[in-house]
Design a protein around this ligand. Structure first.
Ligand code: C2O
Ligand code: CU
Length: 462
């Protein structure tokens, strides 16, 4: 496997020993309290100090929250951070009051205060949770965890079910979280990109496996802004779900692009030889890095299992006829090397320079702040078609709250259900969804510096 090495600090002044394997960072569920608080984590190798983080229950990732489809989930959120916070349950078609958007569906939870989240889980699959207040800072400090919903009719049989939360940290030479959260350069460019990649809070995540074992790998991109390009080595199989939602048919595994907040469920068989290692590889500008390793000990069986059946579909209601759909457009503008000259803010037109001084460098439909009127006001049960144009020089990961959508191709074919869509520079896309979940819902870029810098709007379902 030439060219694939363990990820190392790219700019470190300290001599760095080879990364050492540390046991996995997935923790058991911790009762019904979820406490956001400062803690420490061994993100970097042993030669470095531990990193001071903010984490749910003080850990990175936070405790895995796991429940069965159709169940009610309750967590008493306790804020022991020095900042107000909230919890958003990303990708869950949730009751609006439980969506966790500070300033919209609830007030931010003050330091020392608590909030009870209590909601039903309609869909099985791979989801996650994270703050929705000063998200660009709070997630970069380590606040996130997996939310796994098991299929009501029983999960497909596999030998191992592994959640891999993939993060991109910006660390200093002594392995501490780099300051500079509000840096306008990051906000106007690609967002806060990091220099240290972890899986489950571990720079050298590793799990022993058996040859021909069948694994379900649940990949989650928890980075502020990095788009991951992933491949497997020594693991052959299928892509079976995106953003929690099962594909109609498993697709043979190929190179996978995972934008911030996106998830992919894989079902793979270990085909690397006994004594060898299989890998999850991230391709970056300067080559491929093994971000997760699977040393192969012995064999589970004589040969790989036959292809898996599709996962059972989730009860997402079908779209109505698109010809009768309510239509809207969203023009995405701004950022460095863009053509935006100004935008509306606080109800008045402002020039780029003044916008930037106020921390806004992007706009949706000419508005750099959210405004009082929604992008779309839908009747409950209406089908919506939204045409998006990325008129910027940057990729964006567009996330809709409370609903999953399908991309409509130019020839009318429908893509898989998703909650986050990657749009590259200059790209246009049409998405369609059934507005069946009443309330006010955000639509924003999940590159967190972009949403804070103006790429955020909302819609109302009556
Ligand atoms: Cu995962 Cu509005 O966010
Ligand atoms: Cu963006």
């Amino acid at each position: 496997m030439p060219g694939i090495t363990r990820r190392q600090f790219t700019q470190s002044a300290l001599g760095l020993a080879a990364a050492t394997a540390i046991p996995g960072g997935v923790h058991a569920a911790a009762g019904d309290r979820l406490v956001a608080r400062p803690g420490t984590a061994r993100l970097a190798p042993a030669a470095y100090p531990e990193t001071r983080i903010w984490g749910y229950d003080g850990t990175v990732p936070g405790p895995m929250v796991r429940a069965r489809q159709g169940d009610r989930l309750a967590r008493q959120f306790v804020n022991e951070l020095p900042q107000p916070s909230s919890v958003h349950w990303h990708g869950i078609r949730i009751a609006n009051a439980m969506d966790g958007v500070a300033g919209m569906t609830q007030d931010a939870v003050a330091p020392g205060a608590e909030f009870l989240y209590d909601f039903v889980l309609p869909d099985a699959g791979t989801y996650w949770y994270h703050p929705h207040n000063r998200t660009w800072e709070q997630m970069a400090r380590g606040l996130y965890g997996a939310l796994i919903v098991d299929e009501a009719g029983g999960a497909p049989e596999v030998d191992r079910d592994e959640v891999l939360l993939i993060d991109d940290w910006r660390l200093t030479d002594d392995a501490q979280i780099a300051p500079g959260f509000g840096a306008m350069h990051d906000w106007a460019h690609a967002g806060r990109l990091g220099n240290w990649i972890t899986v489950n809070g571990n720079g050298a995540w590793s799990q022993k496996v058996q040859r021909f074992a069948r694994l379900r790998l649940r990949l989650v991109n928890t980075a502020n802004a990095r788009v991951f390009t992933l491949e497997t080595r020594g693991l052959d199989g299928w892509l079976v779900a995106l953003d929690g939602m099962p594909l109609d048919r498993p697709e043979p595994l190929a190179r996978l692009t995972l934008a911030p907040a996106q998830r992919a469920d894989l079902i793979v068989d270990v085909v690397a030889d006994e004594g060898a290692e299989a890998f999850l590889v991230s391709f970056e500008r300067d080559g491929g890095y093994a971000i997760a390793a699977f040393p192969v000990e012995d064999s589970a069986r004589q040969a790989a299992l036959p292809a898996p059946a599709p996962l059972p579909p989730n009860p997402v209601p079908a779209l109505g006829p698109l010809a009768q759909a309510r239509r809207a457009t969203l023009l995405m503008e701004g950022g460095a090397m863009g053509s935006m000259r100004g935008a509306m803010m606080n109800g008045r037109q402002m020039e780029m320079r003044d916008l930037a001084a106020a921390g806004k460098v992007w706009a949706f439909n000419g508005m750099a702040d959210m405004g009082d009127t929604p992008l779309i006001e839908a009747q409950r049960g209406e089908t919506i078609v939204l045409a998006l144009t990325n008129d910027t020089a940057w990729p964006h990961a567009m996330h809709l709250h409370g609903h999953h959508f399908r991309q409509v191709a130019a020839d009318g074919t429908m893509g898989p259900l998703r909650d986050t869509l990657l749009m590259n520079r200059g790209e246009t896309a049409e998405i369609a969804f059934l507005a069946d979940n009443p309330g006010d819902w955000l639509l924003h870029c999940h590159m967190l510096e972009h949403s804070a810098g103006g790429m955020m709007t909302w819609l109302r379902v009556a």
